[in-house]
Design a protein around this ligand. Structure first.
Ligand code: 13P
Length: 249
């Protein structure tokens, strides 16, 4: 059985006090669920969040990490630094990192490799832009993003990878891929992995959908057979909305 996951990507939101307030609300309201629940606060608050959630089932994950072990990379955070504060999962490849910080497929391949080498689970994000979809190139773009960053990995690496399909046109726009569009792409992703590796790997990898998931649309999106959960931005910043999305799975 594939793992169901609901993760909140808080992006560059919430200072320390606000982080602790939101975590307290979430802890108090967390529904009983078999899904894994994760939150990704900004890096400066990771340690506080880990300490705050010591007795909780909510996992704190990082929004990013660098590929180098250490060295002259001002402002960056290494795998070892994440591990040392209790982080075991990192988001890699978010479209905002690709768009605003120049993270190419090649850089992302290095990051993925560094994370896995250090026993950090990877939540790998990818997805097409609006022009790609309008031009009918969305499948080709997604396939190349997967191939360039992930398909040189050994088969054994895949037990530590979670995928998050996030069409760029649906992120923070209020426009969501329809449940059928999400299902169509998730099924394509699974087929692409089955062709590159095998169907056992394709069947076990969790594929999350991200892009304007809200309480009002979560249940329908999550009901699709190849959608194993969601990576939630804006709606994860409000405890009640995030809790309702967790309930929807
Ligand atoms: P929104 O849910 O705000 O569209 O953001 C999605 C996202 O980018 C999660 O990583």
């Amino acid at each position: 059985m594939r793992k169901k996951i609901v993760a909140g990507n808080w992006k560059m939101n919430k200072n320390l006090e606000q982080t602790l307030t939101l975590l307290a609300e979430l802890s108090a309201k967390l529904p009983d669920t078999k899904a894994e629940v994760m939150v990704a606060p900004t890096s400066i608050n990771l340690l506080s969040a880990v300490r705050n959630l010591e007795n909780s089932t909510i996992e704190v994950i990082a929004q990013n990490m660098h590929f180098a072990e250490s060295g002259a990379y001002t402002g960056e955070i290494s795998a070892d630094m994440l591990l040392s504060v209790g982080i075991q999962t990192a988001i890699i490849g978010h479209s905002e990192r690709r768009a605003y910080f120049g993270e190419s497929d090649e850089i992302l391949a290095q990051k993925v490799k560094a994370a896995l080498t250090n026993n950090i689970r990877v939540m790998f994000c990818f997805g097409e832009e609006l022009e790609d979809r309008k031009a009918g190139n969305h499948f080709a773009i997604v396939e190349s993003q997967l191939k360039n960053a992930l398909f040189s990995l050994d088969a054994s690496a895949w037990s530590n990878i979670v995928l998050a399909y996030e069409p760029v046109w649906a992120i923070g726009t209020g426009e969501t891929a329809s449940p059928d569009q999400a299902q169509e792409m998730h099924a394509f992703i699974r087929k692409t992995i089955a062709e590159a590796y095998d169907s056992a790997i394709a069947d076990q990898v969790s594929i999350l959908y991200g892009g304007s998931v809200k309480p009002a649309n979560a249940e329908e999106i999550f009901s699709k057979p190849d959608v194993d959960g969601g990576l939630i931005g804006g709606a994860s910043l409000k405890a009640d909305d995030f809790v309702d999305i967790i309930k929807a799975i």
